[in-house]
Structure formats: C-alpha cells, structure tokens
Design a protein around this ligand. Structure first.
Ligand code: ZN
Length: 311
C-alpha cells in the first residue's frame, strides 16, 4: 500500500555550496578542541524527514563545538517526485551498502560510489555520527545502534526513539553507520542511525527533529538552553531488541505469511513467517520480534531481521 505524501521536500539548494569543498556539507568549526560531530540526512533520497530536521537545525542556530551537517544522496533527492515517491531511494544503487573498503577502493562506478568517495575524507574525521532515515512501513520509530556496546550506549544516551535495535547490518553491503571505526568495538568513534517512521508521514519529521536534538544534547553539540524550547517532554524508558538473524532472500518469489509492519512478537518457535521460493522461513525461538520487514523482496536483499527483547 502506498502512503500519502504528507511532507514537503524542503529546498536544500541554499546548503549546496557549504564550506568543506564537498557540496551539501557544512562544518561549523569550534576554536576549542573537541569531537567532530556529524548529523547526516538523505542517505536515501526519498527519506524527507532528515532533510527537514537539518533545515530546522541550520535555522535554529543553537550549535556548539565542531559540527557538520550533510545531505548525502542529493542526486537521488533531486529526483523526488510526490507522485512516485518510492522511486528516488537511490539513482544507481543503495548508498547505504557501499561503505566497505572493497567497494570504496574498488572500481565500481555509480552515482552512489562517487558521492561516497567524495564524502569519505570528511566522514573519516567524524567522531560522532547521527544518520537520519525513515521506513517504508507504518511502524514505530527505531534506533539502529549496530552490534557494539558503544553504539548501544549512544542510543541510550539519546533516550529516543523508544525502540533500539542492535544489529549487524546487511549481507548486501556495509552501511555508513558501520563504516570503519563506527562499526568496531574499540575506539572512540560512535554512530547512531534513526528510522523515524514512515517515509512520508508528517510525524516522521517531528521524530527526526527530536532525535537530532536528543543526539546533539547527548554529545554536547548544542546549547541546552537553546534546545529547550524545541524539545518535547522526556520520553519513557527505551526498549532494546537484539537482532539474532537476518533473513536474506535466496529465491523468488518471497512472500510474507502476514502483512507485517515490524515489531510484531511471534509467540511460538517454528511459526512460518514467510516463504522464500519453496522454503518455509520459521521463527527460531519463542517471542521472536520481527524487525523492519521489507517491501523490496528481491533475491540477495534482507527481507526481515529477527530478534528478541533484551531488557
Ligand atoms: Zn534509509
């Protein structure tokens, strides 16, 4: 089912020039030493909420420290068409599957690998990253904190979204949030990815703004007094889900047993949740949580992730 487009894609052309030599990347530099913080939007060109959040943050003028605001896959965003909003996720390939050394250093030449290579020197200097996304389905907002303890700690310090998923990513390629030191247990680099709700729902922009404010407060990159008027009341305690399995599509057609939207808890082990060609996909244990069931059910892609509540 296609969702109505409630959001308006903001004009981001005022941010094209920036000041980093990389289009659509602006760094506000502090005189004092401190971590380099980045808030990034538009890894996927049809995920409007991140662009709206950055536009809001640019205009709010409550920054402190060294802070970069960046719009990633602008080439895809420029193709956004409210009449066909799913089409502009990317131009040639998923920008969030190209962040391995093999791809970045290799010969693959696409709109997305070119943009990733352009942004890479800047990303290499970032200590603390928030990457803002949204989802295909009407489901609760999530943080994807990656597999590391430091990722979970960052998500906890943000206090939003209410659900935090600890996961390993995708067989199809490496995400920005797992690039280099962000994805390894050691070191000081940390990253959070937020999925702010359905791509085109008005509420996703609100969640994106609140997530960005909470992230920037947690890493001390905005003035608390300046942020206070924009902040919603303190949220309830978060719940953490540990992903144990990613279901990667081996055959086609791949068909889910129910119209899952995500965060369903399947009570019994062995329940058939999908058919991958002739093969039944079953839950591996009781109280299995379904994480982000995809609508792109193509061989090689992740159909759904399976996990359990750990809090
Ligand atoms: Zn996304």
């Amino acid at each position: 089912m296609t969702q109505a487009v409630e959001l308006k894609a903001p004009d981001i052309t005022p941010y094209r020039k920036g000041n980093t030599g990389i289009p659509y990347a602006t760094t506000f530099r502090a005189a004092a030493p401190g971590p380099h913080v980045m808030v990034n939007a538009l890894v996927h060109g049809n995920e409007l909420c991140g662009a709206i959040a950055l536009d809001t943050l640019f205009k709010a003028d409550i920054r402190r420290g060294t802070l970069t605001f960046s719009f990633a896959n602008v080439a895809a965003y420029e193709r956004f068409d409210p009449a066909n909003p799913a089409a502009s996720r990317f131009v040639d390939e998923d920008f969030n599957r190209v962040w391995s050394p093999e791809v970045l250093n290799g010969p693959r030449d696409t709109v997305e690998t070119r943009r990733a290579r352009e942004m890479r020197p800047l990303v290499d200097t970032v200590d603390l990253l928030l990457d803002i996304h949204s989802m295909q389905r009407l489901s609760h907002p999530l943080a994807l904190c990656g597999p590391t303890r430091k990722g979970r700690e960052l998500a906890r310090a943000m206090r939003v979204p209410a659900f935090v998923v600890s996961d390993q990513g995708h067989k199809a390629g490496v995400r920005l949030r797992d690039y280099a030191g962000f994805g390894t247990e050691g070191g000081a680099k940390r990253a959070a990815l937020v999925e702010c709700g359905q791509h085109w729902k008005a509420d996703s922009a609100r969640v994106a703004i609140q997530s960005a404010l909470r992230f920037l407060l947690a890493v001390e990159a905005i003035h608390p007094a300046g942020a206070a008027p924009l902040l919603e009341p303190d949220p309830p305690a978060q719940r953490f889900i540990e992903v144990t399995h990613a279901v990667t599509i081996a055959h086609e057609p791949f068909v889910f047993a129910e119209p899952y939207v995500g965060l369903e808890v399947v009570p019994k082990a062995g329940t058939v949740i999908a058919r991958d060609g002739a093969e039944a996909i079953r839950t591996p244990y009781d109280s299995c949580v379904l994480v982000m069931p995809s609508m792109r059910l193509t061989k090689g892609l992740t159909a759904v992730r399976l996990g359990r509540f750990v809090d």
